[in-house]
Design a protein around this ligand. Structure first.
Ligand code: GCB
Length: 720
């Protein structure tokens, strides 16, 4: 019989330069990243040691260790014998340790998250935690058993084929084992075969997304008693350039969010509790899809997606920068992802890479994608491949045609450009490529809920601008049902060690929910109002914007009900009909209680009239950024940062000044700055923007206020 022993307890952890300590798994040595600006972001090799007795084994039984996540590479040694080396921090791998066992055993796992040139990810906007951050199990199986070692296989694979009228399903079950025959059981029918069985189901109960995510279970059993089982779903998926995503023959636009797995204080060492909590929040917002970025997530999470009917974009961390030495690693991470996740009905596509061409194209990069794409098709003929492209990728790049369907990461209205450019980009691309299936794989804006503004602007990190941004983007995606999937970047704030901006070091704050999952930002309720059809609610934005200097303030209400009535100090102010967003103007005289009511639901905030804007609400006003200049700094007969990039690049002197700035920005941060130098599309777009707007969007850490002042002074020396 198969026996699984939990190996998460009683490990000794040792990291160079620190005394050994006892730890339990899951564990990462980077747990506090994101809270201290990455000062504690140590990357290197640490070891986990565990002593254990020989497990009870029948003759010819095997003992196999299962690692559910060792970031990023691991070397496994038992009693001094090196048994395995694994590269890739997000997948399961298993090691047969039988022949190295003694009565008392010492297991030692050296785990390494240091920089190298072959294991992805090496360059990306998230923290590369190190550690044994998921579970470890000891599995013992009889001599005759299902395969365990090859790519972390489940040993059983289910492929379903559903007839066009959705009335008949053929369920094909394949098993991997070393026995002579196997009993495969589905719906109380058992078929004995060498390894493959087929079942035909009439009127199958379909897996129908969030409406009815029905799951079947199939079990396979060998004469030795070794048994595996898996859940699966019966569904038909389709992708159409004009209709978008199709589930069981009906258009079913995928609208949802992306998720990184980490959590404040825990890093990536999370448990089922955190997975469930994340899923509850994603369900509350009413999403029907989740992009599990930018790597393989825990099996528990794909299981939850199966159970709740979310369609999943699954991907490997082939991201930002192609490495010539990394080809084998992309292939092995993809092989593991597909092998380990094949049976999840929630997964609808395999993501080959993310913004991989931002540092330029190469033969090797293209070839790597072809190989990956072929591998996906070979391992799975039922799901398409996709890629997330950065907006500046050449629209005719040969890369675009490699994957079956495409998707774009667009940040107009945040990193650069205007909100409306999201709409025009998508429309122009759709018109130019009517046969391509197009998705919107990322869009978002950072918000620190401490920051508030009556006049939200791109780049101000306010919760208020995040709302303005997402109101526009929600409309944009609602008007384009042909987008096969859209994913907000991101559902949760996450650790990004390289960042220090918006009042928080080490975090990307594009989440709709904070890193600790304790605070839902106002924009969370915008999507909840648009997508959640089951839980009536009303939400008043700006509860954290209590002190208001304006005489008449705007109060926005998000609700999935209509009409919404606003009461000020108990008196009815106005009632609005509409959908999702309800905007009211409220005159302020002192302290007011503002209440919104819709149906049975109500929400209340308190605001106060103050004489001056409360500087605590502003990130930029803390420093001199908002008041960089007096009018005296601008002589209109000379160049200045108010000129467009196009104008500045035409004059050799000002072009040289701007060129030097771009070089500096490139050195410090930003894919946009990096790729701008060699990218014609991007340069064209930037030509129409003022240098001041570009700098504001790049952020203070890229171009600090003093540098902006010096830059403007230098430009002012050049006569027009
Ligand atoms: C992107 C990346 C993602 C980043 C995001 C951002 O395009 O794909 O990994 O976190 O932008 O917030 O800048």
């Amino acid at each position: 019989m198969r026996k699984i022993t939990d190996f998460t307890g009683s490990w000794l952890f040792s990291k160079p330069g620190e005394p050994q300590k006892s730890v339990n798994l899951p564990h990462t040595w980077n747990a506090s990243d994101g809270q201290d600006g990455g000062n504690d972001y140590w990357r290197g090799t640490a070891t986990y040691t565990k002593v254990f007795h020989r497990p009870e084994l029948e003759p010819d039984s095997r003992a196999v260790l299962e690692f559910l996540g060792a970031a990023m590479t691991a070397d496994v040694t038992v009693n001094g014998v090196h048994l395995a080396h694994h590269e890739g921090g997000y997948s399961t791998f298993r090691v047969d340790i039988t022949d190295a066992l003694r009565d008392e055993n010492t297991l030692c796992v050296a785990v390494d998250n240091s920089e190298n040139d072959r294991v992805y990810p090496q360059k990306a906007d998230f923290t590369f935690y190190g550690g044994l951050y998921r579970g470890v199990n000891l599995i013992t199986v009889p001599a005759e058993h299902f395969e365990l070692l090859r790519d972390g296989t489940p040993g059983i694979f289910v492929t379903t084929e559903l007839s066009d009228d959705l009335k008949t399903a053929v369920v094909k079950v394949e098993t991997q084992h070393n026995g002579d025959e196997v009993d495969i059981t589905l719906n109380c029918v058992t078929i004995t075969v060498k390894s493959h069985a087929e079942f035909t189901l009439e009127n199958p109960h379909l897996w129908n997304g969030v409406d009815d995510p029905y799951l079947y279970t199939v079990t396979a059993r060998l004469a030795s008693g070794d048994e595996v089982s898996t859940r699966f779903g019966i569904r038909k998926i389709g992708f159409d350039p004009n209709l978008g995503f199709i589930l069981n023959k009906r258009p079913y636009p995928l609208r949802g969010v992306s998720r990184h797995q980490d959590r404040e204080g825990l890093g990536n060492a999370i448990t089922v509790r955190e997975h469930r909590e994340d899923m509850e929040l994603i369900r509350e917002i009413g999403a029907n899809t989740v992009r599990l970025a930018h790597y393989q997530h825990a099996q528990e999470f794909y299981d939850l997606c199966d159970e709740y009917g979310l369609c999943v974009w699954a991907e490997i961390p082939y991201i930002t920068q192609h490495m010539d030495a990394g080809r084998e690693n992309t292939l092995s991470q993809m092989r593991e992802l597909i092998t380990q996740c094949y049976n999840h009905p929630s997964i609808v596509c395999w993501g080959l890479s993310n913004e991989i061409a931002v540092h330029g194209m190469s033969e090797d990069l293209t070839e790597n994608h072809r190989l990956l794409n072929d591998l996906c098709h070979k391992l799975d003929s039922t799901r398409p491949t996709t890629m997330a492209h950065a907006f500046m990728l050449d629209k005719d790049s040969p890369l675009i045609d490699i994957a079956d369907i495409g998707s774009w990461n667009l940040y107009f209205g945040w990193y650069l450009g205007e909100l409306s450019q999201n709409d025009s980009f998508l429309d122009e691309y759709h018109a130019a490529h009517p046969d391509r299936v197009i998705g919107f794989s990322e869009y978002g804006a950072d918000a620190n809920p401490r920051f508030q503004s009556p006049k939200p602007e791109s780049g101000d990190y306010t919760e208020s601008y995040q709302c303005v941004y997402h109101e526009h983007l929600l409309k944009c995606i609602e008007e384009r049902p042909w987008l096969w999937a859209t994913h907000v970047w991101n559902m949760f704030d996450f650790a990004a060690d390289g960042r220090d901006e918006g009042g928080k070091a080490g975090q990307n704050q594009k989440g709709l929910v904070t890193f600790d999952r304790k605070l839902k930002k106002d924009a969370f309720y915008l999507y909840k109002a648009a997508w959640n059809k089951h839980e009536p609610f009303v939400h008043i934005c700006g509860s954290r914007y209590a002190d208001r200097a304006e005489a008449v303030t705007e109060v926005k209400v998000y609700s999935n009900l209509t009409p919404v009535t606003l009461f000020v100090d108990g008196k009815e102010l106005d009632t609005k009909d509409g959908k999702t967003v309800f905007t009211f103007k409220v005159p302020l005289t002192g302290e007011h209680s503002i209440e919104a009511k819709a149906g049975e639901c109500a929400d209340r905030i308190t605001v106060r009239k103050v004489s001056e804007f409360n500087p605590d609400y502003s990130f930029s006003r803390k420093g001199p950024v908002a008041n960089w200049f007096d009018e005296a700094d601008f002589d209109s007969s000379c160049y200045s940062i108010r000129d467009t990039m196009g104008t500045l690049m035409q004059n050799p002197s000002t072009a040289a000044i701007v060129g030097a700035l771009m070089a500096k920005a490139t050195a410090s941060r930003g894919e946009v700055a990096k790729s701008a130098s060699g990218n014609a599309n991007l340069q064209k777009m930037m030509a129409g923007m003022s240098l001041q707007a570009l700098i504001r969007q790049a952020g203070e850490n890229v171009v600090p206020p003093e540098a902006v002042r010096q830059l403007n002074a230098a430009l002012q020396k050049v006569k027009k």
